[in-house]
Design a protein around this ligand. Structure first.
Ligand code: PHE
Length: 338
């Protein structure tokens, strides 16, 4: 290479450096031009082949070239770093992304929200009551006599204060009727507590949704129609509903009601214990004695009330074979619910 070729080489090299698009490109060019085995090193070796008279000029030019390349590389690196910092794009797009493990609603919450949504279409609003109840609201006002077995220490968690953990959501009926005259249309979802031994279908802490509809001329036909409407909305149009005569102290007449098993469509399986039916809860026409206690005129008004076991509905809707899955908070289980 002669002095003339050296300056041509410099122009081309500086142009290449100025066009480097990434920091990695700058580094590649640094190695190519001024690295230990780079092109500049080769040029210095050429010095020996240059005629002695031209050597001082060639050497001077080579040094100018070396300095120019170093400065151009530094400048390009600085410019790229500055623009990366400005746009926040100090980014390696080949790294794996971060997964933010989004939370989701618990299946019990999903069922409660769905129940509220369906009943809201029938004009029901959501009411609330305390988990720690008085004996009066949980039992007396619900016409449940002092010697009723459900009051037994075996069945109810009593507190030292004489209050108790509500065994059902039915006391919310009393609280609503105490402060409001008909028409009344409410549902009341919430936790209930009973001294049950935990097994695949029982838990000491479970959830119910209470329903109460009081107005002129409310009848058993309304109760059956509304429960059946709910069942179809919740489980699908092919679900069957069965009402069986029963007894509750605060409804007369009373029923228990079952849904056909959603898992096996009534053929019999583990979830429904081969019966083809799942018991949801109880219901009935509000007993006139309860109306008397809360001050509603039973000559003018009638009403129905129902309970609903939220875990039961969740189990048949989602095919959950053991109620304990609902309380263990195992993510492998919970992640299956949208
Ligand atoms: N509270 C009753 C239970 O827990 C169910 C029920 C609610 C029955 C409303 C009648 C009316 O078994």
């Amino acid at each position: 290479m002669n002095v003339q070729e050296l300056s041509t080489f410099q122009v081309a090299a500086l142009a290449e450096i100025a066009a480097a698009g990434t920091l990695a490109d700058v580094e590649t060019l640094r190695i190519k031009y001024i690295g230990r085995n780079g092109l500049l090193q080769g040029i210095m070796q050429d010095l020996k082949t240059v005629p002695p008279a031209d050597r001082p000029e060639f050497g001077r030019q080579a040094n100018v070239l070396k300095q120019a390349l170093g400065e151009a590389l530094d400048q390009r690196r600085g410019a790229l770093q500055a623009s990366a910092a400005q746009t926040g794009l100090r980014l390696d797009t080949t790294l794996p992304g971060l997964w933010r493990g989004l939370g989701r609603r618990h299946p019990i919450t999903c069922v409660i929200e769905e129940v509220a949504r369906i009943f809201s279409r029938l004009g029901f609003t959501v009411a609330d009551g305390p988990d720690i109840e008085t004996e009066y609201h949980n039992f007396d006002a619900l016409n449940t006599p002092g010697d009723h077995p459900s009051r037994d220490i075996q069945d109810t968690f009593w507190l030292e204060s004489g209050e108790l953990l509500r065994t059902q959501t039915s006391p919310v009926q009393i609280r609503v009727m105490e402060r409001q005259q008909p028409p009344i249309r409410i549902i009341a979802p919430g936790r209930c507590y009973r001294r049950d031994t935990t097994d695949a279908t029982h838990s000491a802490n479970f959830h119910q949704v209470e329903g109460l509809y009081v107005d002129r001329r409310v009848s058993m036909a309304d109760l059956k129609g509304d429960i059946t409407f709910f069942a179809r909305e919740m489980m699908g149009a092919d679900v069957k509903v069965r009402f069986r005569p029963h007894f509750f102290p605060f409804t007369e007449p009373s029923v228990e009601y079952d849904f056909s098993c959603h898992m096996c469509h009534g053929r019999g399986c583990r979830v429904c214990k081969n019966s083809g039916w799942i018991e949801i809860s109880g219901a009935g026409m509000v007993d006139p004695r309860v109306f008397k206690i809360v001050g509603i005129d039973a000559a003018q008004f009638t009403g129905y009330a129902f309970g609903m076991g939220v875990e039961r509905i969740a189990m048949i809707k989602y095919g959950i074979e053991d109620i304990r899955h609902l309380y263990e908070n195992d993510l492998r289980f919970l992640e299956q619910f949208a």
